[in-house]
Write a protein that binds this ligand. Structure first.
Ligand code: CP
Length: 318
């Protein structure tokens, strides 16, 4: 594996999942692999789980992890080619990224979308420019359209939880939120579940919340949440803003919040969320505090997903 920014960077999702689960069983088995290697974790936006799990994963492999909060503490970066930098940006990525390439063996980056211009966000300019100019492997810690470490974690969590000899039914359901959020987690979850190909996959959301078909193709899509939840084994709850009329909130209908009563038609479904979650807006207390919720298990698995990916990249570099 050279870079990790999408499900398309993975040849065999199941093999990567098994590698992650092997690290969960024995975290320090590859302590020598990252010896004298350094990962730079660049944050243009806030994070708790991604930041900490990536550092722990690197340390488990014997790597040193340095975190740089570019968004708060660094020079404001310019990403457009041939920009006349007479505004607020101080340094071009073309100049900064090669410096990161000298300091680190792997570069990991979190950048959120603006939610103002769909074409700009979906061009993934930021992460592509880092790949173009850093000269070292690049790992996405969440980009404008995708969150691949989260989605790998989600498949790991489903794999270790579901023990029946049949395909699980997985439902991705839209939930209300107080502000417009990116489509990244939903796009990415859809991309990974479809690429994995081992589930009956249903996406349910209100009208006009359709996601980009390049990610959802292969899933059944319905506006009927009650019908979608019938016989579900896993329910993934997530808000996203509108994709077509980009970055808007059309409805915040509280009827879309997942409650215990709505799970009654499911197969005692396990409930997932990437966190952070708005309690009693997206998900009720009664679910989050019940045995149905596996959100903490899921967040814990972020370490093993990151460790499997870093291990693959380090092994490929040897
Ligand atoms: N799920 C997730 O990415 O969490 P953080 O934003 O806290 O990193």
């Amino acid at each position: 594996m050279k870079n990790f920014v999408s499900a398309k960077d993975v040849n065999n999702i199941d093999a990567l999942v098994q590698k992650a689960l092997a690290f969960k069983a024995d975290p320090f088995q590859q302590q020598a692999l990252g010896k004298n290697k350094r990962i730079g974790c660049l944050f243009l936006n806030p994070s708790m789980r991604t930041r900490l799990s990536t550092q722990i994963a690197a340390q488990n492999l014997g790597m040193e992890a340095l975190v740089f909060n570019v968004g708060n503490e660094g020079w404001m970066l310019e990403f457009e080619e041939e920009a006349i930098m007479s505004g607020s940006t101080v340094e071009h990525v073309k100049d900064a990224a090669p410096v990161f390439g000298k300091y680190f063996d792997i570069l990991a980056i979190r950048t959120f979308p603006s939610l103002k211009n769909r074409d700009d966000d979906y061009s993934e300019l930021y992460i592509k420019q880092f790949i173009k100019y850093a000269g070292i492997p690049v790992v996405s810690l969440e980009s404008s359209t995708l969150h691949p470490l989260q989605s790998l974690t989600d498949i790991i969590t489903i794999t270790e939880t579901f023990k029946e000899q049949r395909k699980p039914k997985i439902v991705l359901t839209w939930a209300p939120h107080v502000k417009p959020l990116p489509q990244c987690v939903a796009n990415s979850f859809a991309q990974w579940v479809n690429a994995w190909g081992k589930a009956d996959f249903v996406i349910t959301h209100p009208e006009d919340y359709e996601l980009d078909e390049q990610f959802t193709n292969g899933a059944t899509i319905t506006h009927d949440q009650e019908a979608a939840l019938k016989d579900a084994d896993f329910v993934y709850v997530k808000n996203w803003s509108t994709y077509k009329d980009y970055g808007k909130i059309y409805t915040n209908d509280p009827e879309w919040m997942l409650t215990q009563a709505k799970l009654s038609a499911s197969r005692n479904a396990k409930v997932m969320h990437c966190l952070p979650v708005r309690r009693n807006v997206e998900l009720s207390d009664e679910i989050l505090d019940s045995p149905n919720s596996i959100v903490t298990q899921q967040a814990g698995n972020r370490v093993w997903a990151a460790q499997a990916v870093l291990s693959e990249i380090l092994s490929a570099k040897k």
